[in-house]
Design a protein around this ligand. Structure first.
Ligand SMILES: [Ca+2]
Length: 482
């Protein structure tokens, strides 16, 4: 009897020790901004508006200064966040229109599916942009719940001043349907006016907070993908005209408020210390919108280009008690690295198929010498390999590129200017001392040109390259939309 009691007690002891040894995996919140430039948050040099909540997140965690979106455009960039792959590996490029023929392939394993398999509650709020037909919506890609717009907020039949278009087959923009707001798999209503756009940030925030409150007892993954600060920008009455820095400033202050509300919900539920919060953007600023676009912070060009202004984005990662506060990291990292890093930290399974991202959890948790990534492939257009990065060096390949420099024009108050097109020659830049990609050094460093060209060939072989007509041997097809 005594033996049995002892056995029972040691079982109880072991069980409770096991309980102590294995704390619940951390909650994950990813706040993904649309078209927010590297220079937009105040902690990255932005202003004269205020972003106290984003700045506080940075001062309690790690602020990254060499973090790259996978491509400088919406759908491609988002597919990379969801899968940990270069978009070209999974057959994705560009920004899907409402009638796009392709979507993110449900055969790919998304971060939501991997965390769901690990026992997470998974919720998404905001802009999806990886397929707007039901078989490709978030509920079919690993999320338990979804509220948001299935694609960009400018894909609607409304003129820049807010006037609805009359349907006219000669005017492509007039042929869009009104913007569908989807809850679960159902369109619950449409957004028809600029005033409707002004409700988005608050609506997304309220749903995000309610998801946190509802799931506070289990590990959760919340993906909050704001439609702002993508044009047409709009702020709710509580913020409109309040920043003293124009409508863009108002919108920045409202999304900053949103970050604050999410952090407050974590605090109120005592989840702060067991939650990783990631704040970043899908691509750089859409500069031809002038005062309705953000800032690249002095980088070259912006959205829709393979210059650093298109891909380098703000990125803040906070995990109180685990990530040291106030760290600024200049390590080269990318959106594609988020999936393998979270999989590692949360004890989830890696995707079965090959991915491109690398696990940087060691660096996140304090190892300053750990180098997760030393090279990066800059793809754009229809999967053109436009540049290769290794260490400080960026080798740019000859191609045609969108440009916001003259003769391009810059718009104002919601109206866009016109792009120009530049013919880009082969060039080598040292991004450590020339982050603006201003001084070509290919003639001084021919051996670096050779080394980076060799790396580029490796990517061309695996992932393809439209510029050299290379077909990638490792490319998997996107889903076909019927
Ligand atoms: Ca975008």
């Amino acid at each position: 009897m005594r033996k049995i009691t002892q056995l029972f007690l040691s079982c109880v002891l072991l069980t409770s020790m096991a309980g102590i040894a294995a704390p619940a995996p951390p909650n994950i919140v990813i706040i993904f901004m649309d078209d927010m430039g590297y220079g937009d948050p105040v902690c990255y040099g932005g202003g004269p508006y205020r972003t106290p909540n984003i700045d506080a997140l940075a001062s309690q965690g790690m602020r990254l200064t060499n973090f790259y979106a996978a491509q400088a455009v919406c759908s491609a960039s988002r597919s990379a966040l969801m899968t940990g792959c270069y978009p070209t590996r999974i057959g994705i490029s560009g920004a899907f229109d409402h009638n796009a023929a392709i979507a993110l392939n449900p055969k790919e394993e998304t971060i939501a599916e991997l965390l769901k398999d690990r026992g997470y509650a998974t919720g998404m709020v905001g802009k999806w942009h990886l397929g707007n037909r039901v078989p490709f919506l978030p509920l079919q890609q690993g999320f338990d719940e979804y509220l948001g717009l299935p694609y960009s907020n400018d894909m609607w039949p409304v003129y820049y001043d807010g006037t609805p278009y009359k349907y006219d087959t000669a005017n492509y923009r007039s042929t869009y349907p009104m913007l569908p707001l989807i809850d679960g798999n159902t369109t619950t209503r449409t957004l028809n006016t600029l005033d409707d756009q002004a409700t988005l940030t608050k609506m997304y925030t309220e749903r995000a907070v309610s998801f946190i409150n509802k799931n506070k007892k289990k590990p959760f993954f919340l993906y909050l993908a704001h439609s702002m600060v993508h044009v047409p920008i709009a702020a709710s009455p509580a913020f409109k005209g309040k920043s003293g820095a124009g409508l863009f400033g108002d919108v920045m202050e409202e999304v900053d408020w949103s970050v604050g509300e999410v952090l407050k919900a974590l605090q109120e539920n005592q989840l702060e210390d067991n939650t990783i919060v990631i704040f970043t953007s899908d691509n750089g600023p859409w500069l031809n919108y002038g005062n309705h676009a953000g800032s690249s912070g002095g980088l070259r060009e912006g959205k829709g280009t393979a210059w650093d202004g298109g891909l380098k984005v703000p990125a803040i990662i906070s995990w109180p008690g685990k990530i040291k506060p106030g760290i600024v990291s200049s390590k080269l990292l990318s959106t594609i690295d988020i999936l393998p890093t979270l999989v590692k930290i949360c004890g989830a399974k890696m995707p079965v198929q090959k991915i491109d991202g690398v696990d940087f959890s060691k660096h996140l948790l304090g190892d300053d010498n750990f180098v997760a990534r030393d090279e990066f492939a800059y793809y754009y257009d229809y999967n053109n390999l436009k540049a290769i990065r290794k260490g400080p060096w960026k080798l740019v390949f000859p191609a045609s590129s969108r440009s916001y420099s003259p003769p391009a024009t810059i718009g104002n108050d919601g109206f866009p200017g016109e792009y120009s097109t530049e013919s880009v020659p082969l060039a080598l830049y040292n991004l450590y001392n020339d982050p603006g990609e201003d001084r070509d050094q290919k003639d001084q460093y021919p051996e670096v040109v050779k080394q980076l060209s060799k790396i580029a060939d490796k990517y061309r072989q695996a992932l393809g390259d439209g510029l050299t007509k290379s077909v990638g041997t490792e490319v998997r097809p996107a889903a076909t939309v019927r």
